[in-house]
Ligand binder design. Structure first.
Ligand code: BES
Ligand code: MN
Ligand code: ZN
Length: 503
């Protein structure tokens, strides 16, 4: 689907979607284009609104008129905006996504969308219009690589979406940036959706390496290098798999030369069987998504480079496959992490923290970053606590935490802060090593996971995002179709844009 922008004239064919504000005589208020179609069609639009009954221009409401007389449109869709003063960028995205998806199911190939309420918006029309296009792109995401027999009438039909607005030149300009962001979100979604026989540590590293074409410096550290670095904790997780582990380091230097970078760290378990602490068969297939943290980091680096963000940023991802085998790590093994701290591995299924322990330490030691944010599908317990709408946020730094929460609110990638504390930390003290990789009581599993990670970040400002609930959805959302969400890319791009770029 191609997105473009044009002035506010009624198209001669295809579908047209018009925003309708809440309020006024009809309950809903037609904008200039709506009134003009109404006139052309001899009042058919107003009659349709009356006939629809409960339509009052509320957000989420719509009325569809097929082949309105006096026009050659296939359909006119009136979409409620709610009160224009409450209509924000997220609402614009949702509107664009809903219209695109709806028209795509009809067989129509073209749609024009106008917000069509020139008064009352608190946000500039060009900004809102660009977000309509952005939402349409995010909501129209599909992963089709392995479909060979889809019937044409099941395929989305929409090819061309035009947003109509007076400031269309400015809107187009804004959209160009968002369009690239949507590409990066889609890239992350693709990586997470790829099956685990195709996407394993090496092939994921290869994908990260493609970012060099955007000006990102990419280093791929192989097993020999990881051994030399002393990453015994990460290597232990991978030892049961025929796929060797990799750590990929991505650097985008768009800021002042030599200025300390921001750092993003990702869990990249390309398949988590649990290892010898094997997971039950039911639902195990979902564990291809256990590299979603690394996909978010790769997607974020891509997004920053694509818009040439004026920041120095590094992304470091630990890529392993967690498998049972004669050579697999045993429950009871003790490994030595790169930090020198020893870990008693009591459950081989608590592997994400073992991977991140070495990657966090490495990033901190090598880059002395301004902050580190790690993303990981770390615990099932975070889904019990927060469900699929918000990710868990753990941080040793209030400023970073506040900024992350705010970024999540604006981008619709929400975060809820969870506690850390000494009482929880004690729970992972081991009888024979420095720590064990699971808690004693089996309670507060997500916090215990975060406490474990905290032992590898030193004094660095750090936040851990447990995205086990938000990385994959089982039902459609307007801008996030079911499946891989790409959660984290928009969030971190916004965090950087709002606080860490050179002016
Ligand atoms: N990748 C899983 C976390 C997970 C589990 C995500 C279920 C989504 C759904 C992680 O590696 C894991 O297995 N965690 C264990 C930790 C436990 C052994 C302490 C868990 O959550 O059960
Ligand atoms: Mn696991
Ligand atoms: Zn895992």
């Amino acid at each position: 689907m191609k997105v473009s922008f044009a002035g506010t004239t009624i198209p001669s064919e295809g579908a047209l979607a018009l925003g309708v504000a809440k309020g006024g005589k009809l309950g809903a208020t037609l904008g200039p284009l709506g009134s003009s179609v109404d006139k052309k069609s001899k009042g058919a639009v107003r009659r349709a609104i009356k006939a629809a009954g409960r339509f009052e221009g509320d957000k989420g409401q719509s009325v569809e008129i097929l082949a309105p007389t006096g026009t050659r449109l296939s359909r006119l869709i009136l979409v409620g905006l709610g009160k224009p003063e409450d209509f924000d960028t997220r609402a614009a995205e949702v509107l664009g996504a809903n219209v695109a998806r709806r028209v795509s199911a009809t067989g129509d190939t073209k749609v024009a969308i106008a917000l069509d309420a020139t008064k009352g918006f608190k946000i500039d029309e060009d900004k809102l219009s660009a977000r309509v296009g952005f939402g349409a792109r995010l909501g129209s995401y599909r992963f089709d690589r392995y479909r060979t027999k889809e019937k044409p009438d099941k395929k989305p039909s929409l090819k061309q979406l035009t947003v109509l607005c007076e400031a269309n030149v400015a809107a187009q300009k804004r959209f160009a940036i968002l369009d690239k962001l949507a590409d990066s979100v889609s890239f992350a979604r693709d990586l997470v959706t790829e099956p685990p026989n195709v996407l394993f540590p090496k092939s994921l590293a290869d994908q990260a390496e493609t970012l060099t074409k955007l000006g990102i410096k990419v280093e791929v550290l192989n097993l020999a290098k990881l051994q030399k670095l002393g990453m015994g904790s990460l290597i232990g997780v991978a030892q049961g798999s025929t796929h060797e582990p990799y750590v990929v380091v991505m650097q985008w230097n768009g800021g002042k030369a030599g200025a300390a970078p921001v750092a993003f760290i990702g869990k990249g378990v390309t398949f988590d069987s649990g290892g010898l602490s094997l997971k039950p068969a039911s639902g195990m297939e979902e564990m291809k998504f256990d590299m979603a943290g690394s996909a978010a980091v790769i997607g974020t680096m891509r997004a920053l480079a694509a818009r040439k963000a004026r920041v120095n940023a590094v992304g470091v991802v630990g890529l392993v496959e967690n498998m049972p085998s004669a050579n697999a790590q045993r429950p009871g093994d003790v490994v030595t992490s790169m930090s020198g701290q020893t870990i008693e591995v009591l459950n081989t299924d608590a592997e994400g923290r073992l991977v991140l322990a070495d990657v966090l330490w490495y990033a901190k030691e090598r880059f002395k970053p301004v902050f580190m944010v790690d993303l990981a599908t770390l615990t099932g317990a975070i889904i019990v606590a927060l469900g699929h709408n918000q990710a868990g946020l753990f941080s040793n730094n209030d400023e970073l935490a506040t900024r992350l929460v705010a970024a999540g609110d604006t981008e619709g990638e929400k975060l809820w802060r969870m506690p850390l504390g000494d009482d929880y930390d004690k729970d992972i003290d081991s009888d024979i090593a420095d720590m064990k990789n699971i808690g004693t009581g089996g309670k507060a599993g997500s916090i215990i996971g975060a406490q474990f990670l905290q032992r590898f970040v030193g004094e660095t400002a750090w936040a851990h995002l447990d995205i086990a609930g938000t990385a994959w959805l089982h039902k459609d959302n307007p801008t996030v179709p079911k499946g891989a969400t790409g959660y984290g890319v928009r969030l971190l791009n916004r965090l950087v844009a709002d606080h860490y770029e050179e002016k």
